[in-house]
Design a binder for this molecule. Structure first.
Ligand SMILES: O=C(O)CCC(=O)C(=O)O
Length: 354
């Protein structure tokens, strides 16, 4: 518990271990400003599905928000639900240390826990992030005993998080349906085990960092699940890889950042991309973000769907159980180039040769 960054005065944190080796430090920001596409889901269905598909092919990311300002999407999560979620996450991290101590665990197998750093193996490199990770079986049942070890403080945390999860998952599933329609597929190919695992949320806290130029909040990584919905918060900190450089994501009020996971890349046989992203830090303001991961069930076999395979289009990915994929793809190889996205194919070779 003493290594939780949001609790320790910076003067007490041994900083050297957070400084990333120079060759692993990400390249400087490009001066060119590129924005993530922002899609208004309240427009005509045809227009929306085309926009979602285009964004998926080019960026693997886009923003969905409820206000039209040339940008956003009517994603359907009421503003009050977003406000409650932000507030309750803030309140959690502001609780006195003893109220959080029982949730702290370094055991990565634990479903619900509070911890510091990255969940990937990072070869000893440390990252400037604390995280409350909660797993919610789907469908959500209010009395579910597996949520018994969720924090009971702040008092309204369970209720607020559950409500948010239900609505965020609905947005994710609707986007998947739109993608299917845009690709001319049955609208329900992402319904079932492929999206039926736990919904996991990471409530990330990045406290002010003493050396943002040499430390990262999270290493460059691709999400291993199907699709992710991120509340990025009002403070900058999310970067997305794009054409060998990084796009700094400009938070749009009330927007949800949507990020295609690796299983979407696999199922679509590479048509849709799962793109690397990272969290940077700043020295002034704490940042909180909430990532909601729609997950396959552990035993779900996932490979390119037959609709994406043909004579001119052989399967580029192996079909493996999701649990085997996650076990193998847990190492972040910093410094091996910006575009780790497609090392997915090599990783899969490792899986199938085991
Ligand atoms: O905090 C962010 O903006 C990114 C979070 C993220 O990538 C994660 O939780 O896996």
């Amino acid at each position: 518990m003493e290594n939780m960054l949001h609790l320790a005065p910076t003067s007490r944190v041994p900083l050297d271990c957070f400084v990333l080796p120079r060759d692993q430090l990400p390249p400087a920001m490009s001066p060119a400003v590129v924005s993530l596409p922002v899609i208004d889901m309240r427009r005509g269905r045809d227009e929306v599905r085309r926009a979602v598909l285009d964004a998926g092919k080019e960026f693997g990311f886009f923003q969905a928000s409820p206000r039209i300002n040339k940008q956003v999407v009517g994603h359907g999560v009421p503003e009050q639900v977003l406000r409650d979620m932000e507030a309750v996450c803030e309140e959690f991290f502001l609780l006195p240390a003893p109220d959080k101590a029982e949730f702290y665990s370094e055991d990565k197998a634990k479903r619900n826990r509070l911890f510091s750093g990255a969940t990937y193996e990072t070869g000893g490199d440390k990252y400037w992030r604390d995280c409350l990770r909660l797993a919610c079986p789907f469908p959500v049942v209010a009395s579910d005993t597996t949520k018994g070890d969720w924090p009971d403080k702040p008092q309204r945390l369970r209720e607020v998080v559950e409500k948010f999860i239900v609505l965020a998952r609905r947005v994710g599933m609707e986007l998947l349906r739109l993608l299917c329609e845009a690709m001319g597929l049955q609208p329900d190919i992402f319904v079932g085990d492929i999206s039926g695992g736990d919904v996991i949320i990471n409530i990330n806290r990045y406290p002010p960092c003493p050396s943002p130029r040499t430390m990262l909040g999270l290493p460059p990584h691709c999400d291993r699940n199907l699709i992710t919905l991120l509340l990025p918060g009002a403070v900058h900190g999310l970067d997305v890889a794009y054409k060998g450089d990084w796009i700094k994501v400009e938070p749009v009020p009330n927007a949800i950042v949507v990020n295609f996971g690796q299983q979407l890349e696999v199922v679509s046989n590479g048509m849709l991309k799962s793109i690397e992203h990272r969290a940077t830090t700043n020295s002034v303001k704490a940042r909180t973000s909430v990532a909601t991961f729609i997950m396959p069930t552990p035993d779900c076999l996932i490979g390119p769907a037959e609709e994406f395979v043909g004579e001119d289009n052989p399967p580029y990915y192996r079909t493996v159980k999701f649990r085997d994929f996650v076990r193998t793809y847990n190492v972040v190889k910093l410094g091996s180039g910006l575009n780790l996205t497609t090392n997915l194919r090599n990783v899969q070779k490792e899986i199938s040769s085991k």
